[in-house]
Write a protein that binds this ligand. Structure first.
Ligand code: ZN
Length: 609
């Protein structure tokens, strides 16, 4: 082979190679986002070319697509233990939980190509290792088309918001109904990333910012991490983004929809949402929301800069962040954490605000002659700095006191199984045990009319009760002296926003399953009244207090039924018990084992034979 030929071949392969590493998005002149197959192919090529990157399958989706995650570490390490041993922080970067908002996917493919193939930005991997999920909702991503986001300016085609079962994965972090979320939680519990970035595109009003962000500094995240976010991360990222040409602002809503002059509002996110979930796992979660009306290239560029600068800050702050995260986990598991009240629901203060400058657009509101409603017309040729009240203080709207332990009866396996996904440690009873426990009785409850995320949600009042219950063999004991104590309370305390009671896991408890026949009860009620003059008084009082009751034969007879020994004592009682008593706890310890120890046994001693 002559040298000239070799030279041509070499030159050709170089130019092919250079072109090869252009992302689909770049090749489309920043107008298109790649399909699932093209995205994963690019990630696989990165991983097979660079010794720093490894692909892991989190699991297969309901439509049987792999959900890959790329692990990027300067030494090519692939396990959390090995990476932590090197003292690095682990940053989870997630795109495509809402595949109609693919900005994070396209930004990250370019950033990773620069880092892994072009060997640029080495400083970003010095003290951090990256977990990158290019598309979490892989099935939704393949419901691909130009009409999936009516408010959004590009890309030309994109995926759909929900998964194949029409579930929004960004409402599923606690209840974990979606298979995709079950894999995600398993991954999260194993890796416990020190910082989590979840990338979206917003809906809402028009304003100048290409990118807004949310991070939980409202009291729902550990105070040490919160102070670090407020004093270090937020000022630095705000400054860096401004000097990169993308001024940022917290992700806000207007107090009156679409009307900036009404003031701005933000607050603690519930744990069903990514950054709210990270907070109760003692981890900072950054929500990136690019602005829907900016063109796709501007949005991807802003995301690229936001992730790049965040990684830069995290590399500089690696030791501090690592220490703070460890301290947060320790203090959550420590005895002192159980002596204070824990907020499990938050609302934004309507009185406490500060004045800020907001970079909006001039607009007017006219009465629509079509609908009669207010029509906001923004003029994006007229930038306008508005001085506005910013309501950004959250106040607890429900508080609880953590017990030493919760006990879940064995028959509520679906709850027990879901809790394991969150990395919650538990023991199980090896024989039945009668215990005095605290619990709740539901009252004044109301079911929502329409389903939400495929569930029939309930809002209920609670009455504290204490009673002796028989817990069967296999019941789960969940001690609260573990790092996941806030997750445990968020799931098991019915007053917590997004608790399993609210999501409807316990709906069967709200159903009365035995009834009296009216002619039987008419007779029995008379006998009861004759025997008990006090009952007569109670009955008359009840009729006076509740006119609806007084009109309903059925309700009145059911009331008498509830006073008989035939009444179902379990009706409207929360099956989960709370234990605080030291002697009860030592009694439990004698006849319980760790669930890990029995699940790994093959000798038939597993409690569910
Ligand atoms: Zn979104």
């Amino acid at each position: 082979m002559n040298k000239l030929f070799l030279f041509i071949l070499f030159g050709l392969s170089l130019s092919l190679d250079a072109q090869n590493w252009q992302t689909f998005y770049e090749q489309s002149e920043y107008k298109k986002t790649p399909s699932y197959a093209e995205t994963i192919d690019f990630c696989n090529r990165l991983a097979s070319t660079s010794p720093l990157a490894t692909m892991i399958n989190l699991g297969n989706s309901p439509q049987d697509r792999e959900i890959p995650m790329m692990v990027i570490d300067r030494d090519g390490l692939t396990s959390p233990e090995a990476i932590r041993a090197k003292g690095r922080v682990i940053v989870l970067i997630e795109a495509g939980i809402h595949p109609g908002e693919p900005d994070g996917k396209d930004a990250m493919l370019m950033l990773l190509r620069d880092m892994l193939i072009n060997r640029q930005r080495k400083e970003l991997l010095e003290k951090t290792s990256i977990l990158f999920i290019p598309i979490l909702n892989v099935d939704g991503h393949e419901r691909f088309g130009p009409y999936n986001r009516i408010n959004q300016n590009g890309p030309e085609e994109m995926g759909w918001r929900t998964n194949a079962l029409n579930l929004n994965l960004n409402r599923d972090f606690m209840k974990a109904d979606a298979l995709e979320m079950q894999y995600w939680l398993t991954m999260f519990s194993a890796w416990l990333p020190d910082f989590f970035i979840d990338i979206h595109t917003t809906d809402g009003a028009d304003y100048q910012y290409s990118l807004t962000y949310a991070i939980e500094t409202f009291g729902n995240l550990d105070s040490g991490i919160t102070r670090w976010l407020e004093n270090i991360y937020e000022p630095r990222i705000t400054k860096e983004m401004k000097s990169s040409g993308f001024p940022i602002f917290p992700y806000v809503q207007f107090r009156n929809w679409h009307d900036p002059r009404s003031g701005l509002r933000t607050g603690a996110s519930p744990p069903m949402i990514s950054q709210g979930y990270a907070a109760i796992q003692n981890r900072p979660g950054l929500l990136i929301e690019t602005h829907m009306l900016k063109d796709y290239k501007t949005r991807v560029d802003a995301t690229f800069q936001m992730v790049k600068h965040t990684l830069f800050i995290l590399n500089h702050q690696a030791e501090t962040l690592k220490t703070l995260v460890e301290m947060a986990d320790k203090s959550t598991a420590a005895p002192g954490f159980r002596t204070q009240e824990l907020a499990v629901n938050w609302e934004t203060s309507t009185t406490d605000s500060t004045m800020i400058d907001f970079e909006g657009f001039d607009y007017k509101s006219i009465k629509s002659d079509l609908t009669g409603g207010d029509w906001f017309i923004y003029d994006n040729t007229k930038p306008l700095t508005m001085k506005l009240p910013f309501f950004n203080k959250s106040i607890p709207s429900a508080k609880i006191k953590l017990p030493q332990a919760y006990i879940i009866p064995a028959e509520w396996q679906n709850v027990i199984e879901r809790m394991k996904l969150h990395g919650i440690k538990m023991d199980v009873l090896t024989e039945a045990l009668e215990l005095k426990v605290g619990s709740y009785k539901f009252r004044d409850y109301e079911f929502r009319k329409l389903p939400n995320e495929g569930r029939h949600m309930v809002n209920t009042g609670l009455e504290e009760i204490e009673e002796t219950r028989l817990f069967p063999k296999g019941s789960a004991i969940i001690y609260t002296n573990q790092r996941t104590a806030k997750v445990i309370a968020g799931i098991l305390e019915p007053a917590a926003t997004g608790s399993y009671v609210e999501w409807g896991f316990f709906n069967a408890v709200f159903e009365q399953k035995e009834y009296s026949e009216s002619y039987v009860m008419e007779t029995m009620a008379r006998e009861m009244l004759a025997k008990d003059p006090q009952l007569k008084k109670e009955f008359e009082q009840k009729k006076m207090d509740d006119p609806e009751f007084a009109k309903s034969q059925r309700n009145m007879l059911n009331w008498f039924y509830s006073k008989t020994p035939y009444w179902d004592q379990e009706f409207l009682k929360y099956p989960v018990g709370k234990i605080n008593d030291a002697s009860t706890l030592s009694q439990i310890r004698k006849i319980s084992v760790s669930i890990d120890s029995i699940e790994n046994r093959s000798d038939g001693l597993y409690y569910r034979e």
